[in-house]
Design a protein around this ligand. Structure first.
Ligand code: 5GP
Length: 253
């Protein structure tokens, strides 16, 4: 079999050339990084779980008419996606104060926000993905005003869907990050949800206990990340039967 051409390797995923023009294969790695890759680890089974979870969320979004890059899952770690031009923004939606917002404004984590807030960071690891106002986005040509209006509306639809799905399994969606891609169809641009939606890019708290079930478990050393993601997948009924994450045997002297 011919070797596949690698198009891009990021911190948690690899993109390979797809079988048809305009498609790519997205491979989910087990690598976990935080604080702009200052903290790194390999979490066995994370890629398998995120592949399944992203498939689950993207498929559900497609079913309610939110366009995404997702075509189909190919195997345990790979999915077929549409090739898009990624808009260089991290689109963050917040329902409760946490993380950088809580720090910036001196708010207690978990404080409910008066309404969902959409904010943008410029995607640049070297700069630490700085928060940017719409004015910058338009002035620097990263997206037009029309794009931004469409992005906010997409982000809020994703938020409604994700909040509802999570609430149904006893999880509060605190905030999340998505990326948006542009696809050209007969010279007309269309915006779609791209990249991934998984516990790597969301804050998910158990409604009853407040237990964190997302990447903060890794960022803040709160226990096993694989256990947290497995719990999310289990509640959503998408746990792959042969997921690789199992407690390792311990040698007893
Ligand atoms: P914060 O700005 O509070 O650090 O993050 C807000 C939300 O966006 C959190 O759910 C966080 O996981 C997600 N997020 C922000 N930046 C990144 C990033 O560079 N990568 C990923 N995977 N998620 C991010």
């Amino acid at each position: 079999m011919a070797r596949r051409k690698k198009i891009y390797e990021g911190k948690a995923k690899i993109l390979y050339e797809g079988p048809e023009p305009g498609t790519l294969v997205q491979y989910f790695k087990d690598d976990a990084t935080a604080f702009n890759a200052e903290k790194k680890a390999v979490i066995e089974g994370k890629g398998v779980l995120n592949n399944r979870l992203s498939e689950f969320f993207m498929t559900g979004l497609g079913q309610i008419g939110v366009p995404t890059h997702f075509i189909k899952r190919l195997n345990m770690r790979e999915q077929l996606i549409r090739q898009v031009e990624i808009i260089p923004l991290e689109v963050i939606v917040r329902n409760f104060a946490a993380g950088s917002m809580a720090k910036r404004l001196g708010l207690e984590e978990g404080t409910p926000l008066p309404r969902p807030i959409v904010e943008f960071s410029y995607k640049d690891d070297k700069l630490g993905d700085p928060l940017v106002p719409e004015e910058y986005i338009i002035a620097f040509g990263w997206a037009s005003q029309q794009d931004l209006d469409d992005i906010v509306s997409l982000a809020l639809r994703v938020n409604d869907f994700m909040s509802g799905v999570m609430h149904g399994v006893g999880i509060r969606l605190i905030d999340f990050k998505i990326e948006i891609g542009r696809i050209w169809e007969n010279d007309y641009p269309r915006l779609v949800v791209a990249d991934e939606i998984s516990p790597d890019s969301c804050r998910l708290w158990d409604i009853e206990t407040g237990r964190k079930l997302d990447k903060d478990v890794f960022r803040r050393d709160l226990g096993s990340l694989a256990d947290a993601y497995t719990e999310v997948a289990r509640r959503l009924g998408v746990l792959p039967s042969n997921v690789t994450h199992r407690p390792k045997p311990t040698l007893i002297n």
